[in-house]
Write a protein that binds this ligand. Structure first.
Ligand SMILES: Nc1ncnc2c1ncn2[C@@H]1O[C@H](COP(=O)(O)OP(=O)(O)OP(=O)(O)O)[C@@H](O)[C@H]1O
Ligand SMILES: [Mg+2]
Ligand SMILES: [Zn+2]
Length: 228
């Protein structure tokens, strides 16, 4: 997670200096630097539990190889996918590695110098709810959630919420859909109708188009570890 200039042109600040004319000017990476700062003030940082996730280490080496291969392929072309607004949708029962794999994607995006925001859906909805009281910061939050290169929403469908909060969620997803900006989501709601019931059909419909579905199956590995 370095803040190096991805083009090796500046010192990572997004600004270059021309000694001859004693002026500074924007580096090619400047938009990314700005986006990254914006995202940092959200929650771009990978949660501690997932900070060291890697393809070379458990638990990723223990997850269904075909699914991991898909993630690896996605990550190998992360810039193209983010530019095209492609995302991934991890679904499966609890404790099967969905968040782990989604974090790999977020980490790859972050390492590529792209801006990333990671939220569990319940937390995101809470934040929207709280922000609503302060009109301006509310608009700023929505704006940032719309513009960040990758929006990672964990635990979609974990909680039923009020209609107007769902409307806000819809407007974020829809804005990203229209702008072709990537979303990565995880959910353990396997039944589409149930998910529509939770987060509205219009939101699910857009997510379906934006994301490739990667199903994870198997036992709850948290429980397994506990028993072992
Ligand atoms: N296939 C696996 N083999 C071994 N351990 C695994 C496997 N998948 C996940 N784990 C471990 O199980 C725990 C849960 O993983 P993770 O948080 O990615 O699950 P999840 O699918 O997101 O669960 P939930 O739906 O409850 O959010 C972690 O400690 C992870 O390291
Ligand atoms: Mg999870
Ligand atoms: Zn630069």
């Amino acid at each position: 997670m370095s803040d190096r200039c991805p083009y090796d042109l500046c010192d990572g600040s997004g600004l270059r200096y021309d000694a001859a004319t004693n002026t500074s000017y924007d580096c090619r990476c400047r938009p990314q630097v700005v986006a990254r700062r914006r995202a940092r003030s959200l929650s771009a940082v990978i949660p501690r539990r997932y900070r060291d996730v890697s393809f070379d280490r458990p638990p990723v080496t223990e997850i269904e190889p075909r699914i991991v291969a898909e993630v690896r392929r996605f990550v190998a072309r992360i810039d193209d996918h983010l530019d095209d607004g492609h995302g991934l949708w991890f679904l499966g029962p609890t404790g099967t590695g969905k968040t782990t794999l989604a974090m790999l994607v977020s980490k790859a995006a972050y390492d590529a110098g792209r801006s990333v925001a990671i939220y569990s859906l319940p937390r995101l909805l809470n934040e929207i709810r709280d922000m609503h009281r302060a009109e301006r910061s509310h608009i700023e939050l929505l704006d940032r959630l719309t513009r960040v290169d990758l929006l990672h929403i964990d635990d979609v469908g974990a909680e039923r919420t009020t209609d107007w909060v769902l409307e806000e969620l819809y407007s974020i997803v829809n804005a990203r859909y229209e702008d072709r900006r990537s979303i990565v989501i995880t959910t353990n709601i396997l039944d589409r109708d149930a998910l529509c019931e939770q987060i509205t059909e219009r939101t699910v419909s857009r997510l379906t188009e934006m994301c490739d579905e990667l199903p994870l199956i198997g036992p709850d590995h948290r429980l397994e570890r506990h028993i072992a």
